[in-house]
Design a protein around this ligand. Structure first.
Ligand code: PAP
Length: 341
């Protein structure tokens, strides 16, 4: 199978969104975008000055909103597509690495694996960022998205047998990881946002692709209704028992590990290759950058901070922890989904 997809040409993507490549469909999305933008509710941004609320979700007014509108209007899914769906800072980088390594395990040796020289985000394209490029990609396509399940077009969720792998994480760790990350990316002319401010915004749901709890619940419910289509994972479980989760991942993706592979330690090799310790110490992840658009260029090292469970609590006051736990219990009540304390 041929799943190693080259990193999208992000310069092209950004030109596309800026209207410099004059495709009819891009123009249509841009027209719709210009029409709705002025009337959308605004909230304070974490990385950009503002976020806007569209169909109940908070998005950056340029990149994320246009990306969502494009996907809803024009994306053509294939029944073989596999999407890694995440809310930012819940384990996207790790899940990308594990999925890529699992699906391509017969193709690459562990000594000269693409993940040793390419940031996981470069191995697996971001759906919202590459509208023009995807048609030419071979099947099965491995793509990632931050779009909430409920906002995906029916062509992805109902009419096709696309599969989704979702990973969630304790909201306290998501909040703190996100706050530290976004302040690094926030332009110098905007004052950094304080933890108190970030906390308030997060609790009100005003964060990229937020509210967080709605995002999680959308995929959680879909995983209960159609478990063959949506695999729901937790960052904490992955930390606790990575080999068990990787085996589940292989099974779900239609690449189950054989007894021989298990006895030869292939699962453990994948876990080791994709571990925080390994990836964060690679030269490419210490010194290269990811160009998501002409405006958004991110140092790869920012995707690897601590990679720990429970680190959020060391930044938050007892009062903050209590409040966020209460919101979480309230929002998840009756869903069957729980996070640790
Ligand atoms: P993104 O949304 O910007 O892609 P994402 O990868 O979802 O970020 O989340 C980053 C978090 O995952 C960071 O958590 P921290 O801030 O609490 O440390 C990052 O350190 C962690 N992370 C990245 N790679 C790994 C990995 N291989 N194993 C475990 N955690 C990881």
């Amino acid at each position: 199978m041929d799943s190693f997809l080259p990193s999208p040409d992000c310069d092209t993507i950004s030109k596309t969104y800026n209207g410099q490549i004059d495709s009819h469909l891009i123009q249509k999305t841009n027209e719709g975008y210009r029409e709705i933008l002025p009337n959308l509710p605004r909230g304070k941004g974490w990385m950009t000055e503002h976020l806007v609320q569209y169909q109940g979700v908070w998005l950056t007014p340029n990149f994320a909103l246009k990306g969502l509108m494009w996907v809803q209007d024009h994306f053509k899914p294939r029944s073989t597509d596999i999407f890694l769906a995440t809310f930012p800072k819940t384990g996207t980088t790790w899940l990308k690495a594990l999925t890529f390594a699992t699906v391509n395990r017969t193709r690459y040796g562990f000594a000269d694996h693409p993940l040793l020289t390419t940031v996981p985000h470069g191995c697996l394209p971001f759906l919202e960022a590459c509208p023009n490029d995807l048609d030419g990609f071979p099947s099965p396509r491995l793509l990632s998205t931050h779009i909430p399940y409920t906002l995906l077009p029916n062509s992805m969720t109902v009419n096709q047998s696309c599969r989704f792998v979702y990973i969630c994480r304790d909201p306290k760790d998501v909040l703190v990881s996100k706050w530290l990350f976004m302040n690094k990316l926030r332009p110098k002319e905007l004052a950094p946002i304080s933890l108190e401010e970030a906390f308030e915004l997060f609790c009100q749901g005003i964060s990229h692709y937020g509210p967080y709890w709605d995002h999680v619940l959308g995929y959680w419910k879909a995983s209960l209704e159609t478990p063959e289509k949506v695999l729901f994972l937790k960052y904490e479980e992955l930390k606790e028992e990575p080999s068990v989760v990787v085996k589940r991942l292989g099974e779900f993706l239609g690449h189950p590990f054989s007894l021989e592979e298990v006895s030869k330690g292939v699962v453990e090799e994948i876990v080791k290759l994709c571990s925080f310790e390994n990836l964060s110490n690679l030269e490419v992840n210490k010194s290269s950058v990811l160009k998501l658009s002409t405006q958004i260029i991110i140092d790869n090292r920012h995707f690897f901070r601590k990679g720990k469970v429970g680190d959020g609590k060391s930044y938050l006051t007892d009062e903050m922890i209590k409040r966020i736990n209460e919101i979480t219990s309230e929002k998840l009540l009756g869903s069957g989904l729980v996070f640790g304390s």
